[in-house]
Design a binder for this molecule. Structure first.
Ligand code: GLN
Ligand code: ZN
Length: 764
């Protein structure tokens, strides 16, 4: 069958994060640009070779990036904010790469101090891209030749299979930000398209047969104007670019109401994500015009599990039957950028579980095998069916007790015993806190000596007893110090934690950790998310030891500190064999048990952090209510096992609350602490307009900067907050945890914060 194997993009850090290391060495002046380029070149060559070895027919080029593929586009299109002009003249011989890194990371050299461009999440992934900046008189012109250089290099290795990849014009604009008022970014499409035409024709002249234009925004809600921009852009490109085949790639969601628009774009092929939205195959087939090729994204580019060939085959066969094998491509659902590099490097995963998994390299192989199976190889199919069946039955995954408990959850499990006003009164009687009570969000500076302790423990250079003793000392010191400056509700400092999700994952059943499962988060930063492979349960207490140790050191209130179910889910690779909501409920029950155990151990105030609630929102607004329903309920399940007198806090940062305030209120935490200082309490408006009834701690200072806030500025923020919300509901705290800060600034800032609270009390 002449069915092509397509790949949209490949991880670019290298099998051992070579690019990360090389970039960081380059930034610190340890290697020169030539060396950096060599590392990059080698990674690209290895990636192309790997893809060719797996029989991929359309091998991406320009998916490599030194920092971010969207920033690459801004440089290609000459969308360089004017504040960087001095960099160009200041760096030696107009060095494009240094300009590029200046845009990504800011520039503080040669007497210049220029801020970096903003960074934000790439759709619902944990990848962050550099947001293009647009002005009313924005001009575009080809600036960087990187895309040509990489294509020419790819041609040498992959020949005709090489396929340049660009972010498409409409998605590029929609991913950006208007930096001044008086225009709409989408109106820039007329200025932008000619540059795309030039680039496409240039690539064609170098020999490109296929060019991939990523248009992920086609799977999102679009306005009429945005839809028109799609029609305009692709008609112009089709008119002015002949003799090269264009593939428009959509992913992360179904096309839904944009199906008609997408299938009728005048291009040669359309890629659709059939992992996220398998049902869209029928919708697309119903409208697909003659000649349009469909690239079927059947191998999950966002997760670590082996493909279920039987399911994929149903989709492939259906498409082949409807439009013929000549018009079908098999592919991963999206760029493999979002999966770790190579499962073969994992030596410590339980062999049975490892056999259910696939990383980027293995996923290429799956595309190849699916192609072979579609051509009649039954052996491969049978082997896969056996693996899938084993996973479905494995006792490593399936725990009847856990499943039964989730099935038995009732509405009352998600309800505190009494309503908030009753609880508030009981808690006031119990804790007798002053007006404007002060607290912190949990972590204190994770200094080098604390991190080294953990490294030494791992290398067995110290014993567990020595480690614990050292952590105890750090905890005691932090407690003494908090007492001294007069904080009202203390924390133990989280010195024993590496990371707020990993710490819990390591203590829960159903989680595993990889050695090398790195995924790019932004620039040179990579994360290694835990993998939830099985039913989640809590074999023993997770935090009680440290929280009760801390409480024993002081007469003041010690706050217990947990990570919430949505955040644990959101920052892990999750199971694909049950709905996210079920996994979340399993985690929620485990956290609930921990909350109850803390209460039993005498901890009266317990915080359940949920910073990831907002980022879990589905890409399509219509799907929001369903998600918020189960997500908020899961939080409530985790929080509702305690008596009315126990005070439950939650914490959220990086959040815009306006459109989800009803749901935030429905979490019904006794106290919520949020990030607000950078917006000068603007984020509080949502709570104020809603007349948010429970207690709330709007962050009074930004923890992302070492700057020490003055007493006055915090007093005035508190005064502002007191105008928006009832004074008796207000708490005083920083924006978030302090683990990335150093001690000197932390101590000064918190002293000032306590003084600010005192002044606010006197004024009331
Ligand atoms: N308790 C955590 C800390 O203080 C919360 C971190 C977060 O919200 N991201 O570090
Ligand atoms: Zn936070």
């Amino acid at each position: 069958m002449r069915m092509l194997k397509n790949n949209l993009g490949y991880p670019r850090m290298g099998s051992h994060r070579q690019l990360k290391k090389a970039c960081e060495q380059y930034w610190s002046g340890k290697i020169d640009q030539k060396e950096l380029n060599l590392v990059a070149r080698k990674i690209r060559e290895e990636n192309w070779q790997l893809q060719l070895n797996s029989g991929i027919d359309l091998v991406p080029s320009n998916d490599f990036s030194y920092y971010d593929q969207v920033l690459d586009m801004s440089l290609l299109l000459g969308a360089i904010p004017t504040r960087y002009t001095p960099v160009l003249s200041s760096v030696s011989n107009n060095n494009e790469l240094d300009l590029y890194f200046a845009m990504a990371r800011g520039y503080q050299k040669d007497g210049l101090d220029i801020t970096a461009m903003e960074m934000t999440k790439w759709f619902d992934t944990n990848y962050h891209y550099i947001v293009p900046e647009f002005t009313a008189d924005q001009q575009f012109k080809v600036f960087s030749e990187k895309i040509y250089a990489e294509y020419n290099h790819a041609r040498q290795i992959a020949g005709k299979a090489a396929k340049p990849v660009l972010l498409g014009p409409v998605s590029y604009l929609l991913a950006g930000k208007e930096k001044e008022s008086g225009f709409e970014k989408i109106d820039l499409i007329k200025k932008l398209v000619p540059v795309y035409v030039e680039v496409i024709n240039q690539l064609k002249s170098y020999g490109a047969t296929w060019i991939q234009l990523d248009e992920p925004f086609l799977s999102l809600d679009l306005s009429k104007k945005e839809k028109e921009a799609y029609v305009y852009a692709y008609q112009e490109i089709a008119k002015q670019c002949n003799g090269v085949k264009l593939l428009v790639a959509t992913y992360f969601e179904g096309l839904l109401d944009n199906t008609q628009l997408a299938v009728n774009l005048p291009v040669d092929a359309l890629h659709i994500d059939l992992v996220r939205a398998p049902q869209q195959l029928e919708e697309v087939l119903a409208l697909v015009p003659d000649n349009l090729i469909l690239s079927l994204g059947v191998v999950d580019g966002r997760n670590v599990w082996k493909n279920n060939y039987t399911q994929s085959l149903v989709l492939i066969n259906r498409a082949v039957e409807a439009i013929g094998a000549d018009r079908v491509m098999v592919a991963p659902s999206c760029s493999l950028l979002h999966t770790p590099f190579d499962l073969d490097q994992e030596t410590e995963i339980h062999p049975e579980i490892k056999n259910w998994m696939a990383f980027a390299k293995q996923k290429l192989h799956e595309v190849q095998e699916l192609h072979q199976i579609a051509n009649g190889n039954t052996e491969l199919l049978t082997a896969n069916q056996q693996t899938i069946a084993a996973r479905q039955k494995s006792t490593l995954i399936h725990k009847t007790i856990v499943k039964d408990r989730v099935a038995a959850i009732t509405d009352s499990d998600a309800e505190r015993k009494s309503a908030f006003p009753v609880r508030q009164q009981l808690q006031q009687q119990r804790f007798k806190l002053p007006l404007f009570p002060t607290t912190t969000i949990g972590s204190f500076p994770q200094t080098d000596d604390i991190r080294q302790l953990r490294a030494k423990l791992k290398k067995q250079e110290i014993t567990a007893e020595q480690y614990d003793a050292a952590i105890e000392q750090a905890t005691i010191a932090a407690i003494r110090w908090q007492e001294e400056i007069g904080l009202d509700v203390l924390v133990h400092g989280e010195f024993e934690r590496n990371d707020m999700v990993e710490y819990f994952g390591e203590r829960l059943d159903g989680f595993l950790f990889t050695k090398n499962g790195w995924v790019q988060s932004y620039g040179s930063r990579c994360v290694k998310p835990p993998v939830i492979y099985g039913d989640v349960s809590r074999p023993e207490d997770m935090t009680v030891r440290w929280s009760s140790f801390a409480q024993q050191q002081t007469d003041r209130l010690m706050k217990g500190m947990l990570t919430g179910p949505i955040t644990i889910l959101q920052w892990s690779f999750v199971r694909d064999d049950q709905p996210r909501s079920v996994t979340t409920n399993q985690i929620a029950l485990a956290i609930r048990d921990e909350v109850v155990a803390l209460e039993k151990a005498g901890i009266g105030v317990i915080q359940i952090d949920e910073p990831a609630v907002r980022e879990g929102l589905p890409l399509r607004k219509a799907d929001w209510p369903a998600y918020l329903d189960w997500a908020i309920r899961a939080f409530r399940i985790s929080a509702s096992g305690v008596q009315d007198e126990t005070q439950i806090h939650t914490h959220m940062c990086y959040s815009e609350f306006n459109d989800i305030i009803t749901n935030i209120a429905a979490m019904d935490a006794d106290v919520i602490t949020i990030e607000t200082s950078r917006s000068q309490m603007e984020l509080l408006n949502a709570f104020s307009n809603f007349e948010y009834p429970n207690e709330i701690g709007p962050g009074v200072y930004d923890i992302h900067s070492p700057r020490v806030p003055t007493i006055d500025e915090m007093v005035s923020l508190l005064e502002k907050a007191a105008k928006l919300l009832p004074v008796q509901n207000l708490w005083v705290n920083p924006d978030c945890g302090l683990k990335t800060r150093k001690w000197p600034e932390t101590q000064q800032a918190l002293k000032n914060m306590v003084d600010a609270a005192k002044q606010a009390r006197e004024k009331t």
